[in-house]
Design a binder for this molecule. Structure first.
Ligand code: PGA
Length: 255
């Protein structure tokens, strides 16, 4: 089964200004054209319009880093999917830093996904285990439990319907994010298998069609191991997406 390959640069709360974000976006667009891989960047919300404008004539997509689950209303500080949809291609939901800082749990992440899909956004759902769970050998079961909530929401939400083909998962072990200690490709494959098995079970969808990205200290040096890993279809890149190194990571996933 051939799934699309996707590499997304998650800029997090970087860079420091809109002007710098535009420069960074242009540098991604100027990298040698990748074949067989969809490339995107996820800048801070405030910079989305400027970055989208800078990338308008390029194949590089723009993702938001988060979205609220409600349609509109009294939700101070939040951004609705309807506001994002004219500007971005997709959105990341459930990133562990959002779970940590905003108190998101699996239920909220599932609601965000449903809302984003209803607006036609490509939706990258992040799951991943803590260091304690990893050390206890519970990675696959933790990731499956997170995925089950998402899977049930996919099965229950009629609005998801035809948009199921815009669901992407990112396996991001929390202990690997920003630590310089990436998971092994073999471990990522085990967790990607767990995600797909659970999606098949709880959502009843053809999970072989769902792309699963790996995220957590991806670098130019380790990208090809993940590109070669069975079941891994791309990368969600944090720190290295702010550097020229991002181009080499994209190249590693390029066909
Ligand atoms: P990192 O972040 O590449 O800096 O580890 C990945 C992520 O949080 O998506």
């Amino acid at each position: 089964m051939s799934r699309g390959r996707i590499v997304i640069g998650n800029w997090k709360m970087n860079p420091g200004s809109s002007a710098e974000a535009v420069v960074l976006a242009r540098s991604v667009a100027a990298s040698p054209l990748a074949t067989g891989v969809a490339v995107a960047v996820a800048p801070p919300a405030l910079f989305l319009p400027a970055v989208a404008e800078a990338l308008r004539a390029s194949p590089v997509g723009v993702y938001a880093q988060d979205v609220h689950w409600e349609e509109q209303g009294a939700f101070t500080g939040q951004i609705a999917a309807s506001m994002l949809a004219p500007v971005v291609l997709g959105v990341i939901v459930g990133h562990s830093e959002v779970r940590r800082d905003q108190g998101d749990d699996d239920e909220r992440v599932a609601k965000k996904m449903v809302r984003a899909l209803a607006h036609g956004l490509w939706t990258v759902v992040c799951v991943g285990e803590t260091l304690d769970a990893y050390l206890a050998g519970r990675s696959a079961s933790v990731v499956a439990a997170q995925t089950a909530v998402i899977g049930h929401a996919v099965a229950a939400a009629e609005s998801v319907g035809a948009r199921r083909d815009r669901i992407v998962f990112a396996y991001e072990p929390i202990w690997a994010i920003g630590t310089g200690r990436a998971a092994t490709a073999a471990h990522a494959t085990i967790c990607a298998d767990a995600i797909r098995a659970e999606l098949q079970r709880s959502a009843g969808i053809d999970a072989e069609a769902i792309p699963v990205l790996y995220g957590g200290s991806v670098t130019a040096a380790n990208a090809s191991a993940f590109a070669d890993a069975r079941g891994i279809d791309g990368a969600l890149v944090g720190g290295a997406s702010l550097k020229a190194e991002f181009g080499a990571i994209v190249a590693a996933f390029s066909g």
